[in-house]
Write a protein that binds this ligand. Structure first.
Ligand SMILES: *Cc1c(COP(=O)(O)O)cnc(C)c1O
Length: 422
């Protein structure tokens, strides 16, 4: 099955149940067991099936299976938000005394999770320069549990040297986690390039209309081989006392996502609602078409802004003179670069003026909506970062981020033009 077909059909058998064309919403908390034996078998994992919606749900399961296949993975676990997916993925491998290595260009929420909240849990975060990854290898030690980066970073709009990162991680048998939210599953599949775990905030392009919060963790095939008997991941190889001594690598299931579900989601409960999973299934159906339009609209606008005398700098990998243009062509489908980009006005005051005068672009701290959005990271999404952290993350006070929607590009250009020239 090719990708565009997977997005519409995979993981749902319409000949079962009532034959509904749309995947039904199983809006239920729990499930009735046939008898006490079936209940016992389900809890003992002798049989896989629905037990309680905190752990699994048939609507969510269609979304997980479809997304995993679309992302070239073998299994997936959906979560209540993108942050929940990132937290679960890290907490699945790291504990107090361990460290993780993250890219210097990441979503602000991920930076605060790692450098503040996880620090309080005793997990240390080291930061590498993702443009060339030259400093990555020297940061690795025996306690390093994962390397986390974004395929298209929000809001710096950079593309890391993914091949080099993966090569180093493989040498030390460390799990790589790629946040693929901005590129989207339609334009890029990190697993094809050797990445182990892909996570998404599905609140963005996947849902597409800004209607459902969600996240997902996708595992590549055969990750078990890396984890099995790897001292770095001893907790997958030793009995889990919280699950009657179960050893994850001895089960015939993909161990990473299994452990997220059975251990973390069981205990933390950051599960999606069935209704949100259903909305996300609707989103997947049109994702690839939307990503094409988001990308072509963004390129037109980026070109317009680059030629405007009052704009200092435009960062969009789709532009030929952009540092990341070669990587965009190498990694992304047809070199399409999604709808997100940033530009710098002449100064903070000019940036504010543009923000306040656009009419079609809404001032919203979100991305990936079908409606165009304008944001000022320094005062909103990245406000909790210190001046030094902002500078290190490449975010200047005059930086404006656009999430280009699906409107007519002529209208969007006209809107920005009048706001800049006001
Ligand atoms: C929005 C976003 C997140 C967080 O996702 P939520 O669904 O808002 O929790 C993580 N990573 C990236 C790249 C994002 O854009």
């Amino acid at each position: 099955m090719k990708k565009d077909t997977i997005a519409l059909h995979y993981g749902y058998d319409k000949n079962k149940g009532e034959g509904t064309m749309a995947v039904p919403i199983y809006q239920t908390t729990a499930y009735s067991f046939k008898d006490s034996k079936q209940a016992a078998d389900l809890f003992a994992l002798k049989e896989l099936g629905s037990i309680y919606t905190r752990l699994n749900n048939p609507t969510t399961e269609v979304f997980e299976k479809r997304f995993a296949k679309y992302e070239n993975g073998i299994a997936a676990v959906a979560t209540s938000s993108g942050m929940a997916a990132i937290f679960n993925a890290i907490a699945n491998v790291a504990e107090a005394g361990d460290n993780i290595i993250i890219s210097d260009k990441l979503y602000g929420g991920t930076v605060t999770l790692c450098t503040h909240t996880l620090k309080r849990f005793g997990i240390k975060t080291k930061i590498f320069k993702s443009d060339d990854a030259n400093d990555l290898e020297q940061l690795i030690d025996n306690k390093t549990k994962c390397i986390l980066f974004e395929s298209l970073s929000n809001p710096q709009i950079s593309i890391p040297d993914i091949e080099s990162i993966v090569l180093i991680a493989k040498k030390y048998k460390i799990i790589t986690i790629c946040d693929n939210t901005v590129a989207s599953v339609a334009l890029f599949n990190p697993i094809k390039w050797g990445v182990d775990i892909v996570i998404h905030s599905t609140s963005k392009y996947t849902t597409g209309q800004g209607t459902a919060l969600g996240g997902i963790i996708v595992e590549r095939e055969n990750l078990a081989e890396l984890i099995k008997n790897n001292p770095r991941y001893y907790h997958f190889n030793e009995p889990d006392e919280s699950y009657h001594g179960l050893i994850y690598t001895k089960l015939p299931y993909p161990p990473f996502t299994l452990r997220v579900r059975l251990s973390l989601i069981r205990d933390i409960g950051n599960t999606p609602s069935p209704f949100n999973s259903w909305l996300l299934i609707q989103g997947l159906e049109t994702l690839s078409l939307r990503m094409e339009k988001h990308s072509t609209n963004a390129l037109k606008i980026a070109k317009f802004l680059s030629s405007h005398p009052k704009i200092k700098k435009v960062s969009y990998p789709g532009l030929e003179d952009n540092f990341y243009n070669k990587r965009a062509k190498k990694y992304f489908k047809n070199g399409l670069c999604s709808g997100l980009f940033s530009f710098e006005a002449e100064n903070f005051e000019e940036a504010k003026k543009i923000m306040d005068n656009t009419k079609i672009f809404s001032i919203v701290t979100n991305i990936g909506d079908s409606k165009s959005i304008i944001t000022h990271p320094a005062s909103t999404t990245h406000q909790q970062l210190s001046d030094k952290e902002l500078k290190d993350a490449g975010i200047s006070p005059s930086l404006i981020r656009l999430s280009v929607g699906l409107e007519d590009s002529d209208d969007l250009i006209e809107d920005l033009k009048q706001a800049i020239e006001k």
